[in-house]
Write a protein that binds this ligand. Structure first.
Ligand code: GLP
Length: 241
């Protein structure tokens, strides 16, 4: 595992964007696994900047996102599809048909999840998976206690996650209680993993995930078992390592 400690959030974002752009240059039709949340926003801004300068093209890239809130339409401002459009897809040359986000309005979540697993397989698997980390060590929406063997599935969000994500909604009551999420198995099958973390509120989870035992209680700890993980974080998030 490689660890890069950056001085600032901006430097962290630039380093993460460097790793993603290297992947895209090396394999222009790569499959990128993408993440949402506050952490990767700066990474996406940096990628957009390099695209606008003509340094990078996503014309052949395919993308799959980690997760989506159940019950939110793609046009809802807090849906992860909307997040991806506004933070990245609308500003680069990726083909709309090559971007994939789970459908939060799926009538039958089990069918949607099975189709997503098939899609990932049909794309040939994920070349580089970008991850953030929840304060309780969750990755995507795989909450503490979730089975490591799961593929894409329906998740009940923990109180901790609802609380953490309430900042993006008008009130806590509006935060969906369920989501569709890739499972740990999908994530672990990615060829390479890039995890970004910033801020003191992630420091304990980062410590538990990378210095503690591999346990379902800290979902990110499973990454210790992956052969190609890069952790990029700012000082505040990495200071306990
Ligand atoms: C959500 C997402 C995760 C993300 C986490 C942390 O729960 N499902 O993929 O890693 O939030 O978000 P933030 O980066 O805002 O701390």
């Amino acid at each position: 595992m490689r660890i890069y400690q950056a001085e600032t959030y901006q430097a962290m974002s630039r380093r993460a964007a460097n790793i993603i752009s290297a992947q895209v240059i090396y394999k222009p039709d790569c499959v990128l696994g993408l993440a949402t949340g506050g952490t990767p926003v700066g990474t996406y801004q940096q990628l957009v900047e390099w695209f606008q300068k003509g340094d990078l093209s996503f014309a052949e890239v395919r993308s799959v996102n980690l997760d989506e809130y159940l019950g939110l339409s793609p046009h809802h401002e807090q849906s992860y599809r909307y997040f991806m459009q506004t933070n990245l897809f609308d500003h680069i040359d990726i083909k709309p048909e090559n971007t994939h986000v789970l459908n939060g309005l799926a009538k039958d979540p089990a069918v949607e999840c099975a189709a997503y697993n098939k899609l990932i397989r049909d794309l040939g698997g994920i070349d580089l998976q970008l991850l953030g980390m929840g304060r309780n060590g969750h990755i995507a929406f795989n909450e503490p206690g979730d089975d490591f063997g799961l593929e894409t599935h329906l998740v009940s969000l923990t109180e901790n996650t609802i609380e953490a994500n309430a900042r993006f909604f008008a009130s806590r009551d509006e935060v969906p209680r369920h989501a569709l999420s890739m499972g740990i198995k999908n994530i672990m099958n990615a060829r390479r993993i890039l995890i970004v973390v910033n801020g003191e509120e992630k420091a304990e989870a980062v410590y538990q995930a990378f210095c503690g035992p591999v346990t379902k209680q800290v979902p990110a700890s499973v990454l210790q078992l992956h052969p190609d993980v890069t952790l990029v974080g700012d000082k505040a998030a990495l200071h306990k390592l």
